[in-house]
Write a protein that binds this ligand. Sequence first.
Ligand code: COA
Length: 390
Amino acid sequence: MKVLSNEVYIIGAGETKFGELWDKSLRNLAVEAGLKAIENAGIYSKDVDAIYGANSLAGIINKQENIGALIADFSGLSADGIPSLRVESSTASGAAALRDAYLSIKSEEYDVVVVGGVEKMTDIHGSDILEKSSSILDREWEAFFGATPAAMAALIARKYMHDFNVDKEALSMFSVNDHLNGSKNPDAQFRNKLTLQQAMNATAVADPLNMMDCSPLSDGAAAVVLASENYMKKNKKEGVHILSSAVAEDYLSVGSRQSIYTLTSTKLAAEKAFRKAGTKRDDISFMEVHDSFSIYGLLELEDLGFAEKGKANKLVYDDIKLEGRLPVNPSGGLKAKGDPYGAVGVGQAVDAYRQLTGKAGDNQIKNARYGLLHNMAGTGASSIIHILGE
Ligand code: COA
């Protein structure tokens, strides 16, 4: 039997700024990020075996499907016949594309794969974007009755805060940390620092969550180049090792779950990711977590195994800071860096690549050795985790 032992590395990364980018189209964003990653990797188009492009909502927001072909065409790669596929898994599309590309190299099908993620959400607004961004929920059992992602997160937050006697301040502190880190990230949508007072007193969105508990709706794109160990050796390349990739599912509808404040998909994926990587939680130098709403930041710390259920509030004051024991979201996270659905997971990989190659600028974590990336679909229906390191 053939033993698959082809290790996978990130050899280049690039992204656009995240934000309201009205002067750039979906295709402009995808190509800008892809070319930056390819240039950063120091490779040529002839080296690329395949493209995996992540996107969640272009069909209903931008009325553009066939994203794989679009990206290949506008990157100038169509003439070479390079396979280019779109990967859709809601807000976890980015990590899903990263994982598919990783597996394609592991299986020895390809040596060099470009993974991209793109979303363009701010061309529509008001109830139109609210309805479309809510399509990641269960349409028949949640969205049809008026539920939005913010409303679902608020229900979860209310029950969690009640059962564990956690106050609103703990949620707000998560956003304060994101904004502090985002203020030092040139690619972040929001560069303003937040005081605890500002975070606590912002306009209500879905009680108990206010505007500063919510990620924004964003435009943006990110890309990384993955390469096999064989290719790296032959071409004398250096990169960041993908130690593990893991995915798990939960019920789509929150009401079907055993506990609404337990992210079971995150728990299961984390166990697999740590086991496959052979790392312990103490080894992790930093994490990028999918905090589309502040409450998820707390739940993720718990379900990733860094705090007991109901106790993540103990970590949000000092431990999660850039210079803390367990830095969380050095990039600014979804709250400050932004939340272009399909680009988020790839953007996390761009940030981790920069951290682990010492190129994270003002957000650099000292002696960063291992990074954990957590990308989640909607309210937690799927979680995809990658552990990167030496
Ligand atoms: N945090 C901080 N500022 C925000 C913001 C956020 N989450 N969302 C918007 N803003 C800012 C805008 O930049 C804009 O600033 P400006 O006036 O200086 O230009 C201002 O607030 C108004 O922006 P607008 O787009 O009109 O806000 P809105 O009231 O329509 O939307 C939210 C605000 C919070 C409702 C919207 O960002 C939202 O729905 N977020 C949740 C996204 C979501 O559901 N994600 C799902 C993930 S599972």
